[in-house]
Write a protein that binds this ligand. Sequence first.
Ligand SMILES: [Zn+2]
Length: 505
Amino acid sequence: MSTLSIDRLRHEGQAFTEAISREYYLAHSGLKATAELTPLYEQYAEIMTEESLALVLDAFRAAAPDSEEYPSLRQLLDWQVESQASRELAELDEREIAWESEAMIALPGGGAVPFQRASIDLANSTDRAERLALDQARARLVRAELAPIRLEHFQREREITEELDLADGYNATFDLLAGFSLLELRAECEQFLRDTRPIWDDVYPEFVKRELGIVPAEATRADALALMRARVFDGGFPSATMETRILDQVREMGIVPDADGRVIFDTGNREGKRARAFCSPVRVPEEVYLVLRPHGGQNDWNTFLHELGHALHFAYMRPDLPFEYRWLGDNSITEGYAMLFDHRMQDPRWLARYASLPRADIPRFLRSAGFEELQFLRRYCAKLIYETHLYSGDVAWSALPDLYVQLLNDATTFRYDPADAFVDVDPRYYAARYLRAWQLQALLNETLTERFNDDWWRNPSAGPWIVNELFAHGQRELAHEQAARVSNKSLSFAPLVRSVERLLG
Ligand SMILES: [Zn+2]
């Protein structure tokens, strides 16, 4: 056993992270029944001890905030804190993953549906009575079996974090380690919800009545899933041409889509594969998996673009960046690139060139994209507000389900189920990462348009710029730092409000 040093933490941290990532890739892609995490935590126990945390904490406290090592040490400290919590929660996480892959929803009329399929079936179901019955059966199962596991997870995570005593409570600890203020972001979310209330109240009844044919006040979150599935345009997004057309676009802007073999596309159907697409970097930048379980249509194209943004980011990072700038850091950066890619589906010229949507349908498609965008933004703003209460402890655990329903219903008008209060939570404030990514991609799109025109996505000079100025940097910068460097602007919801107004026009 050698003594601990920051460099040893970097090296073994990378080996450990790669091994864990491989387990998650194998489990979530259906190649292995469960992720075996506990043996890895045992093998690498020495780099996740009180001593290793203290070592990084001392170095972080000694570093001047404007020094070069400060951001690097902050990211390592964030990782140490997360690892300590993850190690203590590993058994619970394994239980959750195993439950998700085995759980069956018993249907009231007989028969059963795998839990993993529920969100796909809900979105695809055209019979409302059937949809609500499936969702109620799903909620019953979640309330009885999954919610208690998740509640225990959040309770223990909060305790573990607070016991470290880095700052005054979970939220202040998050601010310190993330380098931005949750309360400022929450205030922006509250402002966004107020600013877009009139436009939402205006479009919501129109879409719910027209697309679902139901009384707007009665629509539930399951109805929202079916509505967002927007089947009507699926013909314009054939699964047969998806990969070719999108990879053509990437080539046209001057980027090699598989990064010379570093990106591996896993897009076939397989039992046990997760419903949600994901990008799984296993070695960065050398081995990056893009996993997708196809269900067809517009959502597949959207997801494929999103995950491709992640995959290219990981595969084009500079290999000489230290561990923390390739594997750690502000995930608003990678989510920003993913969204920069998936938001091309809001661009009429992109649609005309790569999708098979009849031209006459494009205006109606864009309006529906605007509705969807506003729904998701309002949902994520409400989620962030809710999660600040969940983590801060200013609301009792038992009162959280009612608060969840109140905040989400109010923001989206769809009726939410209290059973989801601990399940519809992105761990460790991932909602904040998404919201800042949304803001970042809007600025990046403006910057790319200024430099390479409004069809930058097929300009052969744009790709090399994206690779060198964005992807190569890994996650060295925080989202607002990157916005300042490449756009000379601050992150805000303003460009998103403008783009939603344009789409809904
Ligand atoms: Zn993503």
